[in-house]
Design a protein around this ligand. Structure first.
Ligand SMILES: *[C@@H]1O[C@H](CO)[C@@H](O)[C@H](O)[C@H]1NC(C)=O
Ligand SMILES: *[C@@H]1O[C@H](CO)[C@@H](O)[C@H](O)[C@H]1NC(C)=O
Ligand SMILES: *[C@@H]1O[C@H](CO)[C@@H](O)[C@H](O)[C@H]1NC(C)=O
Ligand SMILES: *[C@@H]1O[C@H](CO)[C@@H](O)[C@H](O)[C@H]1NC(C)=O
Ligand SMILES: *[C@@H]1O[C@H](CO)[C@@H](O)[C@H](O)[C@H]1NC(C)=O
Ligand SMILES: *[C@@H]1O[C@H](CO)[C@@H](O)[C@H](O)[C@H]1NC(C)=O
Ligand SMILES: *[C@@H]1O[C@H](CO)[C@@H](O)[C@H](O)[C@H]1NC(C)=O
Length: 462
């Protein structure tokens, strides 16, 4: 913001200023005669001729003005001429953007000076935008994938024409429930990348945590300039996750899912809820530092032997009874059965939620009767919800009597959350007519799935 006035000591050397035997005097801009701030910058249109006046044109003798750019004489570097102190470029190029200097020779009280002024030159493609903005991303009516519970950035990328007086604008609106007549402006962040003739604007709306509510709305990105507007509207949907289980987790998967996975990775296509259930139910070990009253809450429905079993005079103890006996008497776990251990009189739903909270693990013994009982399904659903709420609960499903996740279609249909959970929660299959080796492997798998430090002196698997 200072100007340099150079005193030349004779003999005069005017071809270049600032030789070693010169004196520099720096003077403040505002102390100049007829100082006009706007004179120190000029905009030139590219591809046509352009003129750069030397500031102070009206106040000084403009004979013999010399122009420099980056210490090079413009008259040597470039096709140009100087007319009455004004630099005249025959054709303006993008590269002409930069600082030009004009040197005047002046004489004050018999002393010769070179008086240097700077001009900031900006080369522009045109003065006004010729076309409305173009929204590059997102595409109209597209759906963007999001993960529930995670942050998400909605970005709108728009190309604008260059313009001198800035009119460009990009905004994000939220359309409640997809209603295009009920729009609210949301807070966004702007990022601009300037190229010669166009400007790329990225306007980002940050959702701190995606909730199911966000999936119900539509989002409109609106871009405009003096020429016109454009808009796109998009929706959000829950992302399908692709996870590849590597060999590291194979062992846990083997014993808990009961699917023999060797050293191969497997790819599962699952959604966010399923993904959370998979990770919480399998990998959240050692989180249950708080003391719980029960090791296992066993949930089952057993209303006596089926007519078939009676007819066949089956003396096989039902898995519901046998499971409790093994867990409690043989392995020494503190088992909770709702009808046995919880005092009657409370509200059922309340009792269930509290009991789940007081237990380290929930085992649901699934059967057609289980799915037909709304009370039993409520236990299962409450367990899934507790698991999703980041609780330290462990869950295990035991499928019995030919039931399995792919076959069940009970009436009334199960809650959606339960249907999804059934496919991914750790599970074991119990079969009465399986060979005894299968039965033994069932008990071994079960023992592995149990909280390790809960059992008092564990006796052998029967
Ligand atoms: C301007 O300066 C030149 C020499 O540098 C001189 O010949 C001329 O007379 C001056 N013009 C005026 C109006 O002072
Ligand atoms: C920019 O705006 C100023 C002030 O409103 C106006 O004088 C000028 O002509 C405008 N320039 C262009 C290129 O539109
Ligand atoms: C987007 O959807 C609206 C309303 O359904 C429709 O009018 C419009 O043509 C669609 N645009 C594109 C590019 O598919
Ligand atoms: C969202 O954008 C902000 C900056 O605008 C960045 O800091 C953050 O990491 C981005 N988040 C995601 C999930 O991409
Ligand atoms: C827009 O939606 C919000 C939220 O659902 C609602 O409170 C408001 O009344 C709606 N406004 C109009 C004009 O429909
Ligand atoms: C979005 O663009 C369409 C035409 O492409 C127009 O009918 C509609 O009014 C625009 N919406 C807004 C909010 O400007
Ligand atoms: C579960 O128990 C903990 C204490 O062990 C308590 O802080 C929490 O509020 C309980 N949650 C419910 C849903 O009862």
């Amino acid at each position: 913001s200072f100007l340099v006035k150079v005193l030349l000591i004779p003999p005069l050397q005017l071809d270049c200023c600032c030789r070693s035997n010169s004196t520099l005097q720096v003077i403040a801009k505002t102390s100049l005669r007829c100082f006009e701030p706007e004179e120190s910058s000029v905009m030139l249109l590219a591809h046509i001729e352009g003129r750069i006046p030397c500031p102070g044109h009206a106040c000084y003798n403009n004979t013999g003005v010399v122009w420099y750019k980056k210490n090079r004489l413009v008259s040597i570097a470039r096709e140009s001429c100087v007319e009455d102190g004004e630099l005249h470029l025959c054709t303006v190029y993008r590269e002409d953007t930069g600082v030009f200097y004009c040197d005047r020779r002046i004489t004050e009280q018999g002393v010769a000076w070179v008086f240097r002024r700077a001009v900031h030159v900006k080369v522009i493609p045109f003065t006004e935008a010729n076309s409305p903005p173009v929204v590059k991303y997102p595409a109209a009516n597209m759906t963007e994938e999001v993960e529930l519970g995670q942050p998400h950035n909605l970005s709108c990328e728009v190309d604008f024409d260059f313009e001198v007086n800035i009119s460009r604008k990009v905004e994000w609106f939220m359309n409640y429930g997809g209603d295009m007549d009920n729009m609210t402006l949301v807070d966004t962040e702007r990022h601009e990348e300037v190229f010669f003739s166009d400007i790329k604007v990225t306007q980002t709306y940050t959702i701190k945590e995606v909730t199911p509510q966000h999936l119900k709305h539509a989002y409109t990105c609106l871009a405009g300039n003096t020429v016109g507007n454009n808009n796109v509207t998009i929706k959000l949907k829950e992302k399908e996750q692709v996870i590849i289980f590597s060999t590291i987790v194979d062992n846990k998967m083997n014993c808990l899912v009961g699917v023999p996975i060797r050293n191969l990775g497997i790819i599962l296509h699952v959604k966010w809820v399923e993904l959370q259930l998979i990770f919480r139910s399998r990998f959240q070990f050692g989180k249950d530092d708080e003391e719980k009253e029960f090791d296992v809450f066993v949930s089952y429905v057993w209303t006596g032997p089926s007519a078939e079993a009676v007819e066949m005079q089956s003396r096989e103890e039902p898995i519901e009874m046998r499971l409790t006996r093994v867990l409690e008497d043989q392995w020494g776990y503190r088992v909770c059965l709702l009808e046995r251990d919880i005092l009657p009189g409370g509200a059922y739903t309340n009792d269930v939620v509290l009991t789940i909270n007081r237990s380290r693990m929930l085992i649901c013994v699934l059967s057609a009767k289980y799915f037909a009982s709304s009370n039993a399904v409520f236990v299962l659903e409450s367990g899934v919800k507790a698991l999703l709420q980041n609780s330290a609960l462990k869950m295990l499903l035991i499928w019995t009597r030919g039931t399995s996740a792919s076959f069940i279609q009970p009436e009334p249909p199960l809650p959606k959350l339960v249907q999804r959970a059934l496919k991914v929660l750790p599970s074991l299959q119990w079969s009465t007519d399986a060979p005894s080796t299968t039965a033994r492997s069932f008990w071994i798998s079960l023992q592995k799935a149990m909280p390790a430090d809960g059992a008092r002196p564990a006796s052998r698997v029967q």
